[in-house]
Write a protein that binds this ligand. Sequence first.
Ligand SMILES: [Zn+2]
Length: 204
Amino acid sequence: MKVMITVLMCLLIWSSSLVFGQSIFEDRKIIILDAGHGGIDSGAVSNNGLQEKNVVLDIVRYMKNWNKNLLESKYDIYLTRNRDTLISLDDRTKLVKHIKPDVFISLHCNHINNPEIKGVELYTYDNNELSLSYGKAILNALKLNLGFKTKNPKHANFQVLRETTGYCPAVLIELGYLSNSNESNYLNNKENRKVLALVILMAI
Ligand SMILES: [Zn+2]
């Protein structure tokens, strides 16, 4: 709790200086946040029933709220879904192609048969410099502010990355393993999701 409050305070001070330093004529950066799965597709499920679709939806909503309430809507944020519905991968990428944001971020949680495995993983489609720099910034922030175990960005041929890569920098984050009890307990807590949302938003 103490660590969380310190993180929040630091980010608050940092963000307010950014907001004041920004020209009012500057174009707002556009971000599309993609909460994976939804509706009948719950994604990964932890032993105690925590569903990936709900965790990631909560986090993108908190990111949108932080942007509005803390950053005075510094960014233009679009969500591929803002409730518990299943949106096809095609429709998610169509939105990105139409809006051509400054960055596209897809959020997921991992699951594997081995309950010991944990950590955050991040994927880009290729070596696009901007995608990699967004990815590294997010991983660093999660590691430094929250002590997450992270690895270097990896490449993956996921549809939401493959089809958006010509349009904007794009990353897909697996925010820990729901099959690991430490990480699923962490993600099961609303306050932790709020902090995660803030850390990711500030990294961008
Ligand atoms: Zn997923």
